[in-house]
Design a protein around this ligand. Sequence first.
Ligand code: FES
Ligand SMILES: [Fe+2]
Length: 360
Amino acid sequence: MYEPTDQASTATEYPAGSQIRESDWHILAGFWHPVAFSSDLADGPVASKLLDVDLVVYRTSEGAAVARDLCVHRGSKLSRGWMSDDGACIVCPYHGLHYDRSGQCTWIPANDPDSPPPAKTMRLISYLAAERYGIVWACMKPEPLRPLPEWPHLDEFGPEWLRIQIPKGTWAATASRHCENFNDIAHISWVHMKTFGNRARPVVPDYTLEQTDYGLYMALPYIEVERGFNDDLGEREREVFYRHHLTYPFATDLRVDYYEDDGESFVTSHFFDIGSPVSARTTDIYQVSLTNIPGATVEDYAEYQLVTNSEDIVIVESQRPENVPLNLAAETHIRADRLSVRYRRDLVEMFGLGAPEMVA
Ligand code: FES
Ligand SMILES: [Fe+2]
C-alpha cells in the first residue's frame, strides 16, 4: 500500500525482482545495448526495457535520449507523453512537466510563470544514449566498458547496396543463447531446412578463430542449399564463405560471400544481429542487413530472414538451462564449438560474468 518513510526513491539502480544476478547486472549495465530502432521514434517517445529497467526513448532536437520511464514528480510513464512543439523536451502526460535531452526539468506549467526555474535536482534518471546504424543504444553506467560495435560499412554504403531493417523480434531466451546460436555453424545443416541448410553437408571444417579487440572473428566456408524461397528455382547447392565478427557481448556482423551462377558476379550480404537483454530470459532482437544481391527487395529479404529466425527460435527457446552455463564442465562441447567455448570463457575471464555467489 505504501512505501516506507525511510525509502527516499523507489528507483534503485539494480531493479527489484530482477532474475539477473546482481553482480552480472552491474557488468551488463556497463555495455551499450540497443533500446529502439531510430525509425521507432518518428511519432514521439517509446517505451523500452533493458536489464529489467523500464525506459523511455525519445529524440529531441539535440539528439536521442534514454531515461527511466518515470516522471520524478508523481511517477507517471513518460513514454505515454509526447515531444514539445519546439522538439527540445519530452512532456509528461500527467501534469505537463517538460524535460530536456539531459533529463533536466525545464518547465512546471502549474507554477506561477514568475516562479524561479525548476531546481537542478529535478531531473530524470538519464542514461548514456547514442544513435548509430539506425539504432538507439543505451549504456546504464557512466563509463561504457566497451565502445559501440565498429561497423563503418553500415554507416556509409553506395547505391549498389540495399539496407534492410528486419522487424524487431522478442525471444524468450537469454541474449547469450541467442548470440551463440547466431554464431553456431553446426546447427545450420539441421535447423535451417526451410531456408539455406544442407543436411548432406554436416561437417564443420576446422575454422579460423581469432580474438580481436572487439571480440571474436571466425571464418569458414559452407555449402548452402539455395531453395528459391520465393520462386520456383528448386534446390541447388551454393558454396558460400562466412565471416563472423562478434562484438562483445551480444552483437555480430555476419558477412556472407558467394559467386553468382555466372561464376563472375560476386555477391556479399551482411547480417548485423544484436541481442538486447530485456531481462534474464527475454531478448529483443535487432537485425539490419546490407546486400548487393541483384534484384533483391526489402520485402523478400526481410521475409526470408524472418523464416530463418523462426527456425532458430523454437530451438533456442527450448534450451535448458535457460541461463548459459559459464562453467565449461556443465555442458558437452564438440569440435565445432570452438567459438562458443571461447565466448563463454571470455565472458568470465574478461568481464567477470558468472561470478560465484558470495557466501556470508
Ligand atoms: S507525474 Fe509527471 S508531471 Fe506530474
Ligand atoms: Fe540459425
